[in-house]
Ligand binder design. Structure first.
Ligand code: AMP
Length: 280
């Protein structure tokens, strides 16, 4: 695996790869890698394909400065995992390399409705930061294919919207959420859970399963209340337990058998914010 830290080095290298007719598949991450990230790298591999991963903890997408400061960093282990997974290139830029003139000089993108609900509402400025960093990374790497995790469902929709705004024909491939054996969605933030919290964390997944399985014989508002009560009872602070149209994320008050639906949950366990979703 070749590691690049500078835009001026990776760009000509990738250009040569493109000239050879090879496909560039790109997996952007913030590091502290786990099997969820590695599954994206594995999905990204293919014939005549060069897999590029990036590790960059993007300061501009953290609406909470403390969350940014506490974000786990494990670059050495990450590099080993990427090599083992057969990744070809790692882009590992500094903040200065990504935003040479300062992040406030970067273009911003308007995601409209998508930025007013769920993550957009709870984390003001988050998707603006995501838009900035993804646009910058896409400009540097210029991939044919972009691999992202369904775990961040709304982020996938924001990036789909961004690709449209940028007029790019990069193909977005959304990969299934990888889970621990008890159902907890793998996340870099999980390593900040205490043993006691970790034992309870799979409750979020169980809430999603109950929202899915009860759709035929219960009202969503009833299941939603059950989930919120159970989460609170077990010491979580739920932020939202929501149901939405899976195609455009229109929030739904009730199950609607005529739509593709997705259930989305966020809850805090101590100072760790857990996020998950499930297609119904
Ligand atoms: P992050 O490092 O958290 O920014 O995540 C980088 C990419 O990995 C994003 O596209 C995430 O959606 C994806 N990802 C994170 N966790 C998982 C998971 N458990 N399963 C699949 N993809 C994931």
């Amino acid at each position: 695996m070749i590691i690049f830290k500078k835009v001026a080095d990776i760009q000509p290298y990738l250009l040569k790869i493109k000239e050879k007719g090879q496909i560039i598949s790109f997996v952007p991450t913030m590091g502290a890698l786990h099997q969820g990230h590695i599954s994206l790298v594995q999905n990204a591999q293919g014939e005549d394909t060069i897999t590029v991963a990036s590790i960059f903890v993007n300061p501009t997408q953290f609406n909470d400065k403390k969350d940014y400061e506490k974000y786990p960093i494990s670059v050495e282990d990450d590099i080993t995992m990427l090599i083992d997974a057969g990744c070809d290139i790692l882009f590992l830029p500094s903040v200065e390399e990504m935003y040479p003139e300062g992040a406030d000089k970067m273009p911003t993108y308007d995601f409209g409705y998508l930025d007013t609900i769920l993550e957009g509402k709870e984390r003001p400025g988050h998707f603006e930061g995501v838009g900035q960093v993804v646009a910058r990374l896409l400009d540097i790497v210029q991939p044919h294919k972009l691999y992202m995790g369904q775990k961040d469902y709304q982020q996938c929709m924001v990036v789909k919207n961004l690709l449209r705004q940028l007029g790019l024909n990069t193909e977005l491939i959304i990969c299934a959420t990888q889970r621990e054996p008890d159902g907890l969605a793998m996340s870099s933030r999980n390593r900040r859970l205490t043993e006691f919290q970790r034992a309870k964390a799979m409750l979020l997944y169980q809430c999603l399963v109950s929202i899915k399985t009860k759709q035929t014989d219960s009202s969503f508002s009833t299941v939603q209340k059950e989930c919120i009560d159970i989460l609170k009872d077990k010491g979580f602070v739920p932020e939202y337990v929501s149901l939405a149209d899976a195609d455009d994320l229109t929030l739904l008050e009730e199950y609607d058998a005529n739509r593709n639906m997705v259930a989305l949950v966020v809850a805090w366990l101590g100072d760790v914010r857990l996020i998950d979703n499930m297609l119904l």
